[in-house]
Design a protein around this ligand. Structure first.
Ligand SMILES: [Zn+2]
Length: 70
């Protein structure tokens, strides 16, 4: 059985099924609660910048993801 560990909180995902209880972004695996946090943090960072352009969204999303998975 494949073992999946969240790259942000480092917890093991039980009975991993991609898209169901974890997601893969840019080669990193995230459990759903960290994914939710990522989306939340991305939204906050964007509103601080006062920017809601789609190209900014992607950049901020990636930056936030990398920060969470250090
Ligand atoms: Zn996690």
């Amino acid at each position: 059985m494949v073992q999946v560990f969240c790259d942000s909180c480092k917890k093991k995902v039980k009975e991993p099924s991609r898209g169901v209880n974890y997601v893969s972004e840019l080669g990193l695996d995230l459990c759903l609660s960290c994914r939710d946090e990522l989306v939340l943090e991305t939204g906050k960072a964007l509103s601080r910048k006062g920017a809601y352009l789609l190209k900014d969204y992607r950049g901020v999303y990636e930056h936030t993801l990398r920060k969470m998975c250090k």
